[in-house]
Write a protein that binds this ligand. Structure first.
Ligand SMILES: CC(C)(COP(=O)(O)OP(=O)(O)OC[C@H]1O[C@@H](n2cnc3c(N)ncnc32)[C@H](O)[C@@H]1OP(=O)(O)O)[C@@H](O)C(=O)NCCC(=O)NCCS
Length: 138
């Protein structure tokens, strides 16, 4: 991703945070950001009970230390505290994140082929996951 594209992306994210549409979590190590995840809470009227986890990313140099797991646990706690009872998430089929999502107790709903356009031009499948939290309305 080009720098300008990344900047535009994060400016949109910031606007979403200001508007109360999403919550961004940042993992900090030695004063530096090393990982992030987002909880998207801007849902239609018939979906106020659900939310989406997106853009889970950890710096390559610090992967395998439990940072993504900690970010996911924190985002899930936030979802619960906001009264959400369903989390949706997706990731590239066969990726490290897919293994992580399964390990964290998310259920795979299915696979959509040709979902994501990679920078090299290939279309990659995505796996859709969900997690039920508590009981609806609780
Ligand atoms: C997927 C991704 C977020 C994982 O980040 P991470 O911080 O390395 O994740 P964790 O450390 O929590 O878990 C990864 C592995 O480390 C292991 N691990 C967990 N805690 C650990 C610890 N304290 N010490 C050592 N290893 C640990 C886990 O068992 C896990 O193994 P697995 O591959 O068998 O699941 C990271 O690889 C990434 O940023 N990938 C690119 C972006 C991406 O694919 N995002 C996904 C959603 S779009």
């Amino acid at each position: 991703m080009a720098d300008q594209e990344a900047l535009d992306f994060w400016l949109k994210v910031r606007a979403g945070v200001t508007a109360g549409e999403r919550v961004v979590f940042l993992a900090i190590s030695a004063g530096q950001p090393v990982g992030t995840v987002q909880l998207i809470i801007d849902t239609p009227a018939n979906g106020r009970h659900r939310c989406e986890i997106a853009k889970l990313m950890v710096k390559p140099a610090v992967r395998g230390q439990g940072i993504a797991s900690a970010l996911m646990t924190r985002a899930e706690a936030e979802a619960k505290s906001l009264g959400k009872s369903l989390i949706l998430l997706d990731t590239q089929t066969g990726s490290d994140a897919e293994r992580l999502y399964i390990r964290l107790g998310n259920e795979r709903a299915g696979v959509i082929p040709r979902y994501a356009l990679l920078s090299g031009g290939d279309l990659e499948a995505t796996s859709l996951f969900f997690k039920l939290l508590g009981t609806p309305g609780s």
